[in-house]
Design a protein around this ligand. Structure first.
Ligand code: NAP
Ligand code: BGC
Ligand code: ZN
Length: 356
Protein backbone atom coordinates (compact mmCIF):
# COMPACT_ATOMS: atom_id res chain seq x y z
CA UNK A 1 0.00 0.00 0.00
CA UNK A 2 1.01 3.63 -0.43
CA UNK A 3 1.99 5.82 2.50
CA UNK A 4 3.38 9.34 2.97
CA UNK A 5 6.51 9.42 5.10
CA UNK A 6 9.40 11.68 5.98
CA UNK A 7 12.87 10.16 5.99
CA UNK A 8 15.18 11.27 8.78
CA UNK A 9 17.01 14.46 7.85
CA UNK A 10 15.22 14.79 4.50
CA UNK A 11 12.98 17.78 5.31
CA UNK A 12 10.22 16.86 2.82
CA UNK A 13 7.61 14.10 2.67
CA UNK A 14 7.68 11.37 0.03
CA UNK A 15 5.43 8.59 -1.19
CA UNK A 16 6.59 5.15 -0.01
CA UNK A 17 5.37 1.60 -0.49
CA UNK A 18 4.66 -0.43 2.65
CA UNK A 19 2.99 -3.78 3.35
CA UNK A 20 -0.69 -3.54 4.28
CA UNK A 21 -0.86 -3.97 8.09
CA UNK A 22 -2.47 -7.04 9.68
CA UNK A 23 -4.59 -6.35 12.77
CA UNK A 24 -3.46 -8.08 15.99
CA UNK A 25 -6.01 -9.35 18.50
CA UNK A 26 -8.10 -6.41 19.77
CA UNK A 27 -7.19 -4.31 16.75
CA UNK A 28 -9.31 -3.35 13.75
CA UNK A 29 -8.14 -2.70 10.18
CA UNK A 30 -9.18 0.73 8.92
CA UNK A 31 -9.27 1.98 5.33
CA UNK A 32 -8.12 5.59 5.42
CA UNK A 33 -10.39 8.26 3.94
CA UNK A 34 -8.66 11.56 4.64
CA UNK A 35 -5.80 12.81 6.81
CA UNK A 36 -5.39 16.50 7.70
CA UNK A 37 -2.17 18.50 7.89
CA UNK A 38 -1.39 21.02 10.65
CA UNK A 39 1.45 23.17 12.02
CA UNK A 40 2.77 20.18 13.99
CA UNK A 41 3.22 18.15 10.77
CA UNK A 42 5.31 20.97 9.32
CA UNK A 43 7.42 21.03 12.51
CA UNK A 44 7.87 17.24 12.32
CA UNK A 45 8.91 17.48 8.66
CA UNK A 46 11.37 20.29 9.49
CA UNK A 47 12.82 18.06 12.24
CA UNK A 48 11.87 20.47 15.05
CA UNK A 49 9.42 18.18 16.84
CA UNK A 50 8.85 14.43 17.24
CA UNK A 51 10.95 11.59 15.89
CA UNK A 52 10.99 8.31 13.93
CA UNK A 53 10.12 4.94 15.54
CA UNK A 54 13.07 3.24 17.24
CA UNK A 55 15.32 1.41 14.79
CA UNK A 56 13.72 2.98 11.70
CA UNK A 57 14.85 5.67 9.29
CA UNK A 58 11.46 7.18 8.43
CA UNK A 59 8.15 8.19 9.97
CA UNK A 60 4.78 7.74 8.29
CA UNK A 61 3.12 11.13 8.82
CA UNK A 62 -0.42 12.03 9.83
CA UNK A 63 -2.29 12.29 13.11
CA UNK A 64 -5.61 13.85 11.98
CA UNK A 65 -7.32 10.89 10.33
CA UNK A 66 -10.74 9.58 9.46
CA UNK A 67 -11.35 6.15 8.02
CA UNK A 68 -13.78 3.27 7.56
CA UNK A 69 -13.55 -0.04 9.38
CA UNK A 70 -12.60 -2.66 6.78
CA UNK A 71 -12.08 -5.58 9.19
CA UNK A 72 -13.37 -5.31 12.78
CA UNK A 73 -11.36 -8.46 13.56
CA UNK A 74 -13.60 -9.58 16.43
CA UNK A 75 -13.75 -6.15 18.13
CA UNK A 76 -17.07 -4.42 18.88
CA UNK A 77 -16.73 -2.33 15.72
CA UNK A 78 -18.62 -3.17 12.53
CA UNK A 79 -17.58 -3.17 8.88
CA UNK A 80 -18.32 0.30 7.48
CA UNK A 81 -18.13 2.18 10.80
CA UNK A 82 -16.63 5.61 10.25
CA UNK A 83 -13.91 6.12 12.86
CA UNK A 84 -11.36 8.69 14.02
CA UNK A 85 -8.25 7.39 15.81
CA UNK A 86 -6.79 9.04 18.90
CA UNK A 87 -3.10 9.88 18.63
CA UNK A 88 -1.23 8.50 21.65
CA UNK A 89 -0.19 4.88 22.13
CA UNK A 90 1.70 3.25 25.01
CA UNK A 91 5.43 2.94 24.21
CA UNK A 92 6.26 -0.47 25.72
CA UNK A 93 3.08 -2.07 26.94
CA UNK A 94 0.41 -0.10 28.81
CA UNK A 95 1.17 2.21 31.73
CA UNK A 96 -1.08 3.74 34.39
CA UNK A 97 -2.09 6.73 32.21
CA UNK A 98 -3.32 4.51 29.38
CA UNK A 99 -4.98 2.13 31.85
CA UNK A 100 -6.96 5.07 33.28
CA UNK A 101 -7.89 6.32 29.80
CA UNK A 102 -5.76 9.45 30.44
CA UNK A 103 -3.02 9.01 27.85
CA UNK A 104 -3.26 12.74 27.07
CA UNK A 105 -1.97 13.45 30.61
CA UNK A 106 1.03 11.10 30.34
CA UNK A 107 4.45 12.75 30.73
CA UNK A 108 7.09 12.61 28.01
CA UNK A 109 8.57 9.14 27.61
CA UNK A 110 5.31 7.44 28.60
CA UNK A 111 3.65 7.72 25.20
CA UNK A 112 4.23 7.59 21.49
CA UNK A 113 2.22 9.85 19.21
CA UNK A 114 1.27 8.33 15.89
CA UNK A 115 2.65 10.39 13.02
CA UNK A 116 4.59 12.62 15.44
CA UNK A 117 6.89 10.79 17.82
CA UNK A 118 7.95 7.14 18.03
CA UNK A 119 5.10 5.56 16.03
CA UNK A 120 3.99 5.64 12.41
CA UNK A 121 1.01 7.83 11.59
CA UNK A 122 -2.15 7.41 9.58
CA UNK A 123 -1.09 8.73 6.16
CA UNK A 124 -1.36 5.33 4.55
CA UNK A 125 -4.07 3.56 2.59
CA UNK A 126 -4.76 1.33 5.64
CA UNK A 127 -3.88 1.44 9.32
CA UNK A 128 -4.58 -0.78 12.30
CA UNK A 129 -5.44 0.34 15.81
CA UNK A 130 -6.73 -1.15 19.05
CA UNK A 131 -10.50 -0.62 18.92
CA UNK A 132 -10.43 1.35 22.20
CA UNK A 133 -8.57 4.15 20.38
CA UNK A 134 -11.06 4.36 17.51
CA UNK A 135 -13.91 6.82 18.07
CA UNK A 136 -17.04 6.17 15.98
CA UNK A 137 -18.52 9.23 14.28
CA UNK A 138 -21.69 9.59 12.19
CA UNK A 139 -21.24 8.66 8.53
CA UNK A 140 -22.50 12.13 7.60
CA UNK A 141 -19.27 13.54 9.10
CA UNK A 142 -16.93 11.30 7.08
CA UNK A 143 -15.82 14.11 4.74
CA UNK A 144 -14.87 16.50 7.53
CA UNK A 145 -13.89 13.84 10.07
CA UNK A 146 -10.23 14.89 9.79
CA UNK A 147 -11.24 18.01 11.74
CA UNK A 148 -12.24 15.94 14.78
CA UNK A 149 -8.69 15.54 16.13
CA UNK A 150 -7.81 19.26 16.02
CA UNK A 151 -11.23 20.16 17.44
CA UNK A 152 -10.61 17.64 20.25
CA UNK A 153 -7.44 19.55 21.17
CA UNK A 154 -9.62 22.61 21.82
CA UNK A 155 -12.30 20.63 23.66
CA UNK A 156 -9.64 19.47 26.11
CA UNK A 157 -8.21 22.98 26.53
CA UNK A 158 -11.71 24.40 27.17
CA UNK A 159 -12.28 21.68 29.76
CA UNK A 160 -9.03 22.45 31.61
CA UNK A 161 -9.68 26.20 31.49
CA UNK A 162 -13.26 25.83 32.76
CA UNK A 163 -12.12 23.45 35.51
CA UNK A 164 -9.71 26.13 36.77
CA UNK A 165 -12.67 28.54 37.06
CA UNK A 166 -15.08 26.05 38.61
CA UNK A 167 -14.79 27.16 42.24
CA UNK A 168 -16.78 30.38 41.67
CA UNK A 169 -19.49 31.82 39.44
CA UNK A 170 -17.60 32.41 36.17
CA UNK A 171 -19.70 33.94 33.40
CA UNK A 172 -17.30 34.70 30.57
CA UNK A 173 -18.45 37.05 27.82
CA UNK A 174 -15.34 37.74 25.76
CA UNK A 175 -12.63 35.52 24.28
CA UNK A 176 -9.42 36.24 22.40
CA UNK A 177 -7.87 33.62 20.12
CA UNK A 178 -4.17 34.21 19.44
CA UNK A 179 -3.34 32.90 15.98
CA UNK A 180 -5.18 32.74 12.67
CA UNK A 181 -3.75 29.40 11.58
CA UNK A 182 -5.99 26.36 11.16
CA UNK A 183 -6.19 25.64 14.90
CA UNK A 184 -6.91 29.26 15.81
CA UNK A 185 -9.68 29.65 13.21
CA UNK A 186 -11.28 26.29 14.01
CA UNK A 187 -11.30 27.23 17.70
CA UNK A 188 -12.75 30.66 16.98
CA UNK A 189 -15.64 28.98 15.15
CA UNK A 190 -16.13 26.55 18.05
CA UNK A 191 -16.35 29.45 20.55
CA UNK A 192 -19.21 31.15 18.67
CA UNK A 193 -22.38 31.01 20.68
CA UNK A 194 -20.56 30.65 24.01
CA UNK A 195 -19.10 34.17 23.99
CA UNK A 196 -20.78 37.47 23.22
CA UNK A 197 -17.62 39.06 21.89
CA UNK A 198 -14.78 37.29 20.06
CA UNK A 199 -11.37 38.57 18.97
CA UNK A 200 -8.72 36.86 16.87
CA UNK A 201 -5.10 38.02 16.64
CA UNK A 202 -2.91 37.67 13.55
CA UNK A 203 -0.09 39.52 11.79
CA UNK A 204 -1.41 39.83 8.24
CA UNK A 205 -2.43 42.69 5.95
CA UNK A 206 -5.78 42.78 4.23
CA UNK A 207 -6.95 41.38 1.90
CA UNK A 208 -6.40 38.02 3.53
CA UNK A 209 -8.64 34.94 3.57
CA UNK A 210 -8.14 34.35 7.31
CA UNK A 211 -9.23 37.90 8.15
CA UNK A 212 -12.32 37.38 5.99
CA UNK A 213 -13.17 34.23 7.97
CA UNK A 214 -12.59 36.00 11.31
CA UNK A 215 -14.98 38.79 10.34
CA UNK A 216 -17.55 36.45 8.78
CA UNK A 217 -17.62 34.64 12.14
CA UNK A 218 -18.57 37.98 13.74
CA UNK A 219 -15.20 38.35 15.48
CA UNK A 220 -12.86 41.36 15.54
CA UNK A 221 -9.46 41.00 13.83
CA UNK A 222 -6.57 42.24 16.00
CA UNK A 223 -3.29 42.96 14.18
CA UNK A 224 -0.50 42.07 16.61
CA UNK A 225 1.90 44.45 14.85
CA UNK A 226 -0.33 47.37 15.89
CA UNK A 227 -1.94 45.90 19.00
CA UNK A 228 0.14 43.24 20.75
CA UNK A 229 -1.83 40.81 22.90
CA UNK A 230 -1.09 42.71 26.13
CA UNK A 231 -2.45 45.95 24.63
CA UNK A 232 -5.84 44.37 23.85
CA UNK A 233 -7.38 45.70 27.13
CA UNK A 234 -6.49 49.32 26.22
CA UNK A 235 -7.61 49.18 22.61
CA UNK A 236 -10.57 46.78 22.92
CA UNK A 237 -11.34 45.30 26.35
CA UNK A 238 -9.82 42.92 28.90
CA UNK A 239 -11.02 39.44 27.94
CA UNK A 240 -12.30 36.56 30.05
CA UNK A 241 -10.62 33.80 28.04
CA UNK A 242 -7.46 33.66 25.94
CA UNK A 243 -6.69 30.69 23.68
CA UNK A 244 -3.10 30.77 22.42
CA UNK A 245 -2.49 28.99 19.11
CA UNK A 246 0.53 30.82 17.69
CA UNK A 247 3.52 29.05 19.23
CA UNK A 248 4.88 32.60 19.76
CA UNK A 249 6.48 32.34 23.20
CA UNK A 250 5.88 35.97 24.26
CA UNK A 251 2.16 35.29 24.03
CA UNK A 252 2.32 33.14 27.17
CA UNK A 253 3.28 36.25 29.14
CA UNK A 254 1.26 38.82 27.19
CA UNK A 255 -1.87 36.69 27.69
CA UNK A 256 -1.92 37.35 31.42
CA UNK A 257 -2.12 41.09 30.77
CA UNK A 258 -4.84 40.61 28.14
CA UNK A 259 -7.10 38.92 30.70
CA UNK A 260 -9.84 40.52 32.77
CA UNK A 261 -9.77 39.79 36.53
CA UNK A 262 -10.68 36.10 37.17
CA UNK A 263 -9.89 35.21 33.56
CA UNK A 264 -8.01 32.20 32.25
CA UNK A 265 -5.56 31.65 29.40
CA UNK A 266 -5.06 28.28 27.73
CA UNK A 267 -1.68 27.82 26.05
CA UNK A 268 -1.42 25.40 23.14
CA UNK A 269 1.68 26.49 21.20
CA UNK A 270 4.92 24.52 21.15
CA UNK A 271 7.58 27.21 20.57
CA UNK A 272 10.87 25.51 21.51
CA UNK A 273 13.72 27.41 23.15
CA UNK A 274 13.45 31.19 22.93
CA UNK A 275 15.01 33.68 25.35
CA UNK A 276 13.69 37.20 25.98
CA UNK A 277 13.18 39.59 28.86
CA UNK A 278 9.91 39.97 30.74
CA UNK A 279 8.81 41.89 33.82
CA UNK A 280 8.50 38.84 36.05
CA UNK A 281 7.15 40.84 38.97
CA UNK A 282 4.27 42.32 36.97
CA UNK A 283 3.47 38.89 35.53
CA UNK A 284 3.47 37.23 38.96
CA UNK A 285 1.45 40.00 40.61
CA UNK A 286 -1.14 40.09 37.85
CA UNK A 287 -1.86 36.39 38.29
CA UNK A 288 -2.14 36.66 42.06
CA UNK A 289 -3.96 39.94 42.65
CA UNK A 290 -6.56 39.28 39.96
CA UNK A 291 -7.13 35.58 40.51
CA UNK A 292 -6.03 34.79 36.97
CA UNK A 293 -5.11 31.32 35.71
CA UNK A 294 -2.99 29.87 32.94
CA UNK A 295 -3.23 26.29 31.77
CA UNK A 296 -1.06 24.45 29.31
CA UNK A 297 -2.80 21.74 27.31
CA UNK A 298 -1.56 19.05 24.97
CA UNK A 299 -3.22 16.17 23.16
CA UNK A 300 -6.74 14.89 23.96
CA UNK A 301 -8.68 11.77 24.88
CA UNK A 302 -11.72 9.83 23.75
CA UNK A 303 -14.31 12.08 25.45
CA UNK A 304 -12.74 15.14 23.80
CA UNK A 305 -13.00 13.40 20.41
CA UNK A 306 -16.68 12.70 21.08
CA UNK A 307 -17.33 16.33 22.03
CA UNK A 308 -15.32 17.41 18.98
CA UNK A 309 -17.48 15.35 16.61
CA UNK A 310 -20.52 17.26 17.91
CA UNK A 311 -18.68 20.56 17.63
CA UNK A 312 -17.70 20.03 14.00
CA UNK A 313 -21.21 18.95 13.08
CA UNK A 314 -22.37 22.41 14.26
CA UNK A 315 -19.89 24.35 12.11
CA UNK A 316 -21.49 26.40 9.34
CA UNK A 317 -20.95 24.94 5.87
CA UNK A 318 -19.42 28.16 4.51
CA UNK A 319 -16.83 28.07 7.31
CA UNK A 320 -15.66 24.54 6.49
CA UNK A 321 -15.56 25.43 2.78
CA UNK A 322 -13.37 28.48 3.46
CA UNK A 323 -11.18 26.81 6.11
CA UNK A 324 -10.35 23.75 4.01
CA UNK A 325 -8.38 25.26 1.15
CA UNK A 326 -7.45 21.95 -0.47
CA UNK A 327 -7.97 18.18 -0.36
CA UNK A 328 -5.44 16.39 -2.55
CA UNK A 329 -5.19 12.85 -3.87
CA UNK A 330 -2.02 10.76 -3.68
CA UNK A 331 -1.02 11.85 -7.19
CA UNK A 332 -0.54 15.42 -5.91
CA UNK A 333 -0.02 14.82 -2.19
CA UNK A 334 2.82 17.38 -1.96
CA UNK A 335 0.27 20.16 -2.52
CA UNK A 336 -1.21 19.29 0.88
CA UNK A 337 2.12 20.31 2.46
CA UNK A 338 2.42 23.66 0.68
CA UNK A 339 2.55 26.71 2.95
CA UNK A 340 1.60 30.33 2.32
CA UNK A 341 -1.00 32.97 3.05
CA UNK A 342 -3.63 31.36 0.82
CA UNK A 343 -3.29 27.93 2.47
CA UNK A 344 -5.30 27.40 5.64
CA UNK A 345 -6.23 23.75 6.17
CA UNK A 346 -5.41 20.92 3.81
CA UNK A 347 -5.89 17.16 3.77
CA UNK A 348 -4.73 14.16 1.78
CA UNK A 349 -7.47 12.02 0.26
CA UNK A 350 -6.69 8.28 0.35
CA UNK A 351 -9.99 6.65 -0.43
CA UNK A 352 -11.08 6.78 -4.04
CA UNK A 353 -13.97 4.33 -3.72
CA UNK A 354 -16.82 5.18 -6.04
CA UNK A 355 -19.48 5.23 -3.32
CA UNK A 356 -17.78 8.13 -1.55
P1 NAP B 1 0.01 27.40 12.28
O1 NAP B 1 -0.77 27.10 11.06
O2 NAP B 1 1.47 27.57 12.21
O3 NAP B 1 -0.66 28.71 12.92
C1 NAP B 1 -0.02 29.62 13.74
C2 NAP B 1 -0.59 30.99 13.40
O4 NAP B 1 -0.16 31.94 14.36
C3 NAP B 1 -0.13 31.46 12.03
O5 NAP B 1 -1.27 31.80 11.27
C4 NAP B 1 0.74 32.68 12.33
O6 NAP B 1 0.58 33.73 11.42
C5 NAP B 1 0.18 33.12 13.68
N1 NAP B 1 1.18 33.85 14.45
C6 NAP B 1 2.41 33.39 14.85
N2 NAP B 1 3.05 34.36 15.55
C7 NAP B 1 2.22 35.41 15.61
C8 NAP B 1 2.31 36.72 16.18
N3 NAP B 1 3.39 37.12 16.83
N4 NAP B 1 1.26 37.54 16.05
C9 NAP B 1 0.15 37.15 15.39
N5 NAP B 1 0.00 35.94 14.81
C10 NAP B 1 1.03 35.09 14.91
O7 NAP B 1 -0.24 26.27 13.37
P2 NAP B 1 -1.59 25.52 13.82
O8 NAP B 1 -1.64 24.20 13.23
O9 NAP B 1 -2.75 26.43 13.65
O10 NAP B 1 -1.24 25.33 15.37
C11 NAP B 1 -1.08 26.46 16.21
C12 NAP B 1 -0.08 26.14 17.33
O11 NAP B 1 -0.62 25.15 18.17
C13 NAP B 1 1.27 25.59 16.86
O12 NAP B 1 2.30 26.12 17.71
C14 NAP B 1 1.14 24.08 17.07
O13 NAP B 1 2.40 23.48 17.33
C15 NAP B 1 0.27 24.05 18.30
N6 NAP B 1 -0.56 22.84 18.48
C16 NAP B 1 -0.60 22.34 19.73
C17 NAP B 1 -1.44 21.29 20.03
C18 NAP B 1 -1.50 20.80 21.42
O14 NAP B 1 -1.98 19.69 21.65
N7 NAP B 1 -1.06 21.59 22.40
C19 NAP B 1 -2.21 20.72 19.01
C20 NAP B 1 -2.14 21.25 17.72
C21 NAP B 1 -1.31 22.33 17.46
P3 NAP B 1 1.19 33.73 9.90
O15 NAP B 1 0.52 32.58 9.20
O16 NAP B 1 0.75 35.04 9.34
O17 NAP B 1 2.66 33.54 10.04
C1 BGC C 1 -1.42 16.99 18.01
C2 BGC C 1 -1.51 16.43 19.40
C3 BGC C 1 -0.11 16.24 19.96
C4 BGC C 1 0.65 17.55 19.89
C5 BGC C 1 2.07 17.48 20.42
C6 BGC C 1 -0.59 18.24 18.01
O1 BGC C 1 -0.54 18.74 16.72
O2 BGC C 1 -2.69 17.32 17.47
O3 BGC C 1 -2.24 15.22 19.37
O4 BGC C 1 -0.18 15.79 21.28
O5 BGC C 1 0.69 18.01 18.54
O6 BGC C 1 2.88 16.58 19.71
ZN1 ZN D 1 -2.19 18.33 15.48
Amino acid sequence: MKAIAVREGEGAPSLVEKPRPEPDAGEALVRTLRVGVDGTDHEVIRGGHGGVPEGEDHLVLGHEAVGVVEDPNGTELAVGDVVVPTVRRPPNGANEYFERGEADMAPEGMYHERGIVGAHGFMAEYFTSPAEYLVRIPESLAEIGFLVEPASISEKAFELAEASRSTFEWSPESALVLGNGSLGLLTLAMLRGDYERLYCLGRRDRPDPTIDIIEELGATYVDSRKTPADAVPEVYEPVDFVYEATGYAKHAFESVHALAPNGVAALLGVPGEWEFEIDGGAFHEELVLHNKAMVGSVNSGVRHFEAAAEAISALPEWFVDDLVTGVYGLDEFDRAFAEGDTVIKTAVQFDTHEER
